[in-house]
Design a protein around this ligand. Structure first.
Ligand code: HEM
Length: 166
């Protein structure tokens, strides 16, 4: 029975991780660069709608990854007591993945999303871009890219932990 629950949890864990990591990377590396070909006002409307519609999906998927990862390591995994975390390599990798997962998710919600919505709501940036001065908007976009890179670094650290769990 535990074996079946373990398999279902692994399947769910991987599926949610694909949505969370894949979704964020697709928006950052696919949608954001493609949007630059649009006029500033079109960019603004499109990005605003995209953020509002996708933000909650990625937040839920990220929370699901962390919850299933927690259960995989504890309820159906080898960590039965808090002291197990520091007793063997599996526990340390699991703990780092758990911690970095929480930080990465919180960063996405409170820093990445908030900063993007702030830039999208600053009229002056978009008006000057419409009137030919795109420098302030470009600077704001570079700042968003840098802040989003923190999430990518989080994903890389978690992936290393996943490999070390084997
Ligand atoms: C970037 C997000 C994540 C990705 C892409 C990911 C990916 C994976 C994959 C592919 C596996 C299956 C490994 C295998 O059986 O061959 C796995 C297992 C596992 N993951 Fe994650 N994971 C992520 C986040 C997390 C987090 C945040 C935690 C901790 C809370 C976690 C804990 C675990 C555990 C405990 C297992 C089971 C390992 C075992 O077989 O004992 N994962 N993960």
């Amino acid at each position: 029975m535990i074996g079946e629950i373990h398999q279902i949890l692994i399947g769910l864990h991987i599926f949610l991780a694909i949505i969370w990591v894949g979704g964020i990377l697709f928006i950052g590396w696919g949608v954001f660069p493609a949007v630059k070909a649009m006029k500033p006002n079109e960019q603004r409307l499109f990005l605003h709608t995209l953020m509002l519609r996708t933000h909650w999906i990625f937040t839920l998927a990220g929370a699901g990854v962390i919850i299933t990862g927690f259960l995989l390591g504890t309820v159906v995994g080898p960590i039965t007591h808090i002291s197990d975390i520091f007793r063997f390599a599996y526990g340390i990798s699991w703990f780092i993945a758990f911690l970095i997962g929480l930080i990465t998710l919180a960063w996405g919600i409170f820093v990445g999303y908030n900063q993007t919505m702030k830039v999208l709501s600053e009229d002056s940036l978009w008006f000057s871009a419409e009137n030919g001065d795109a420098l302030p908007l470009n600077k704001a976009m570079v700042k968003i890219t840098c802040l989003e890179s923190v999430e990518v670094i989080g994903f890389i650290v978690i992936l290393i932990c996943m490999v070390l769990l084997r």
